[in-house]
Each structure stands twice: as C-alpha cells, then as structure tokens.
Design a protein around this ligand. Structure first.
Ligand code: NDP
Length: 444
C-alpha cells in the first residue's frame, strides 16, 4: 500500500470531503509500515474496503416549527464497518453537519470501538438541524421526524446510535420514544438513555471522566501529579462539563470553557459551585458561556479560542480542527506538558506535528475519548441481560478500559527513544483488530 496513492484516489473521488480525507490520511500514514508487512492485506484490498463505508443512508427530515411552518433538513446514517460488532456511534445535530464530517467520524469510530475491547462496529449519523434557539417541542418534533426514517436501519443487534454534539439525554429520550413506538419493542437500540428506561449510570460522565483517566495514565509514566495543574478546557457541553468535574475532584484547576461564540478565562479556577452554574446554564437554560463571565466577573473573549491562554494541560472538548498549528506552537512555547483530546480530531495535522516534535504528551481522541462509547457498550450489555450495574461497578470498568487502551497505545506506539506516539499506537492497535476480523470473514 502506498498511502499517497490511496489518498490521491480518495481526493479524486470525494473532492469535497476534506475532513474525511484528513482522518483517513492520519490513520493510513501511521499504519503503513505494519500494513506492508502483511501482503495478504493488500491482496484482500483491505485498505480500499475500509476507506469506503459499508453503506450510507441519506434522507429528508420534514418537521413543523412552533409557528406552523414546515422545515426541511438533511438526515444521515453512515454504517462504516460491522466487522467486530453491530454498528455503533453517535448522532450529531449541528448546522455544519455534512457527509464529509460524518464519514470522518464513522471511520474514526470503527478503530476507536475496536480499542475499547468491546464488540462494537463503527457508525455515525446526524443532521444539519441546529437545536440552538429551538423550543423543546420543536426539538421533539424534529427527533420524531428524524427517527421516522432512521428506525428502519437500526436495531439492538444491527446499529445502535448514541449522542454527540447537540444530542444529549433530552434528544435521546425523544428518539428512543419514537423508535419504541415504531418498532413495537423495548430494546437497547439507543444508548445514553435516561436511568429510568435502561440508561447506564456514569454514561453522561463517561467521555470526560474517561479522558482524565487516560491523562492520568500518561502523567503516571512521567511521574507527574495532576494536582494543582492549570487546565485549558474548550467547549462547555457534555464532554467539557464532566472533564471539569473530574479535574476539580482531583485537585486540578480548570480555567477556561467556551462555546461557538467565544471563551471565558477564570484565573481563580472553575470550582464545583461554578460548574454547577455552568451545568444549569447549558443543560437547562440553554444559555451562552459569556453569561459565566458576567456572573463571576472574569474575562470573556468573543470569537476567541481558549488556546490563546497559558495552561499546563490542554483538553480540547468542543469540535474538529479547533486547535491549529499556531495555537499548538503557543501552547508548547508557554509550557504545556500534555494534550488529551475529549473531542474528535480537534487538533489539525500541523498541531499534532508540533506536539510530537516537542515530545509533549499527546493523546488523540480515538484513544482518549473512547470512554464514552465504551460505557455505551456497557449500557448495551446491561440492556441485554436486563440488569443495571452500580455507579462504582461501571466507573471501575471504565477505568479499567481506559487503562487497557493506554497499554495498547504503549505497546504499539513506543518509539526507539522511548517517546510514546499515541497516534501510531492507537491507530495500529485499532486497525489490526478490525483487519484480522475482516480477513477471517472473507470477501463480503
Ligand atoms: P455538546 O453538544 O454537549 O457540546 C459541544 C460544545 O462544543 C458546545 O459548547 C458547543 O458550543 C461547542 N461547539 C460545537 N461546535 C462548535 C464549533 N464549530 N466551534 C466552536 N465550538 C463548537 O457535545 P459533546 O460535548 O457531546 O461533544 C464535544 C466533542 O466530543 C465532539 O467532538 C464529539 O464528537 C466528541 N465526543 C463526544 C462524546 C460523547 O459521549 N458525547 C464521545 C466521544 C467524543 P455551542 O453550544 O455554541 O454549539
């Protein structure tokens, strides 16, 4: 396999899909050497097969707003690979959603899910509907209209969606309710459900907590204590909130949060009490992060990114390509020692190069944020056996999974000088598992 030739071919066929090409290039570059040690992979067209999703569903979603006007949005579900288990991956509600973004997310999800050690394939879905400024009744009608098309393609052993940007407990509840009505069954077809109807304890916390558990493993190898470390966190949604919660619990000091309008910098640190306010603001009132700055009298930068500040640890938890090469240079030159990604592909290729050249700790989302889907996998298991595990049982399993993912990265990503290339480690470990499963199942 020659990476450039494969990428050139994808660019020719999908010229308007930059995020997808970016994600594929990163994985292929890091697995090239290992892949080429297996001529049987090339003969079986493994890379070509993995670069094209198993199937893509595209549909129109028609819904009525509070004024009685009919609105039309696009809906998508990408079923990327079910080589190691049912398709599994979140649903994104955001105005920027398009096939390129969903194909990159589904591709990444396949390898991430393989890393979790649980039997889950990879998928992703979404829509360009933006929940921002919509009433709960509008969100409910949209979710119902979305599922009216989607439900035919999903099921507990087929494809199990979850949340992502713009999709939290409220949206999963509405989608599950409609699915249940149409399918006439009560199964674990969605994860991230409410605790009263099959959800798992720790699922809301899992991505943020898991990222910090992964970070702790990285810091441990260098003998660094997280206590007292100033942390730059981006985003203010699900992942950012529970990242802050775990940081506060461990004595670290989160000092930033953001949304798509700007960021806040609180030099005194975001305390438990302030985080409670953020949770209320974002999850209940659905307000904007500048309101935090007004309430606590700290700095707010409209249109800015948190990476302009100085911190010991960076935890990107908002969206793809939010941290570029210049931001990475600033972080490294001002003493940042670790970057651990809660979001998917938040660092651009230029930023990753800067982190790795400086040999700081750098964990890609595929490894560091896998705790979310891993706990979704645990929710699926609990639904199947019709039992629910305690808070501590799920948290312990999550910790163990993050420790195991870290160990896989160390195994496949340690370089001759001892530096751990977590990108390489995660990509090789995830890829080899999927590759072996595909080879064993023949040409299908
Ligand atoms: P939420 O919708 O709960 O929060 C997203 C946050 O990011 C919001 O603060 C949002 O601001 C901000 N944001 C979204 N898009 C942009 C943008 N284009 N520019 C700037 N800010 C933006 O989503 P999650 O917290 O669930 O997801 C955050 C990231 O984590 C995503 O990359 C997601 O794929 C990833 N992830 C999530 C998992 C989960 O379990 N939820 C699992 C694994 C990864 P605003 O309110 O203004 O839109």
């Amino acid at each position: 396999m020659k990476v450039q030739a494969v990428v050139d071919d994808l660019v020719r066929r999908f010229p308007h899909e930059p995020e997808y090409i970016q994600a594929v290039s990163e994985v292929l570059e890091s697995i090239e050497e290992v892949y080429n040690r297996h001529p049987e992979f090339d003969k079986a067209g493994l890379v070509e097969r993995l670069c094209i999703p198993d199937r893509i569903f595209t549909f129109r979603v028609t819904w009525v707003d509070d004024k009685g006007k009919v609105n039309v949005n696009m809906g998508y579900r990408i079923q990327h690979s079910n080589a190691i288990g049912p398709y599994k991956g979140g649903i994104r509600f955001h105005a920027s959603v398009n096939p390129s973004i969903l194909k990159f997310l589904a591709f990444e999800q396949t390898f991430k899910n393989a890393l979790t050690t649980l039997p889950m394939g990879g998928g992703k879905g979404g829509t360009d509907f933006s929940p921002r400024g919509k009433s709960s009744a509008e969100v409910m009608r949209f979710c119902q209209a979305f599922v009216l098309e989607l439900w035919k393609h999903i099921g507990p052993d087929t494809d199990v969606p979850a949340g992502d940007i713009g999709v939290g407990g409220r949206e999963i509840g509405y989608m599950f309710g409609m699915y249940k009505k149409l399918a006439k069954e009560f199964t674990g077809t969605f994860t991230g459900k409410g605790l009263e109807f099959g959800g798992s304890l720790i699922r809301p916390e899992a991505t943020g907590y898991g990222n910090i558990y992964f970070l702790l493993e990285m810091l441990k190898l260098r003998g660094i204590d997280i206590k007292g470390k100033k942390c730059l966190v981006s985003g203010s949604g699900n992942v950012a909130q529970y990242t802050c919660e775990k940081l506060i619990e461990l004595g670290a000091i989160p000092v930033t949060l953001s949304d798509s309008d700007g960021y806040i910098y609180d030099p005194d640190g975001i305390t438990r009490e302030k985080l409670d306010y953020v949770m209320e603001l974002k999850n209940v009132e659905r307000g904007r992060i500048h309101e935090y700055a007004e309430k606590y009298g700290c700095k707010y930068v409209a249109g800015g990114r948190v990476w302009a500040e100085i911190g010991d640890i960076a935890l990107p938890s908002a969206t793809q390509n939010e941290l570029n090469g210049d931001a990475a240079k600033h972080l490294v030159s001002t003493g940042c020692i670790a970057v651990s990604e809660g979001a998917n592909m938040p660092s651009t290729p230029e930023a990753i190069e800067v982190f790795q050249k400086a040999k700081i700790l750098y964990a890609p989302g595929k490894a560091a944020n896998a705790g979310g889907v891993a706990t979704s996998g645990l929710e699926m298991t609990q639904n199947s056996i019709r039992l629910s595990w305690s808070h501590d049982e799920v948290d312990d399993k999550l910790k163990q999974i993050m420790t195991d993912i870290h160990a896989q990265c160390v195994k496949y990503g340690t370089e001759p000088d001892g530096y751990i290339n977590y990108v390489k480690g995660a990509n090789i470990a995830g890829f080899m598992k999927v590759a072996k499963a595909i080879m064993a199942q023949g040409t299908v």
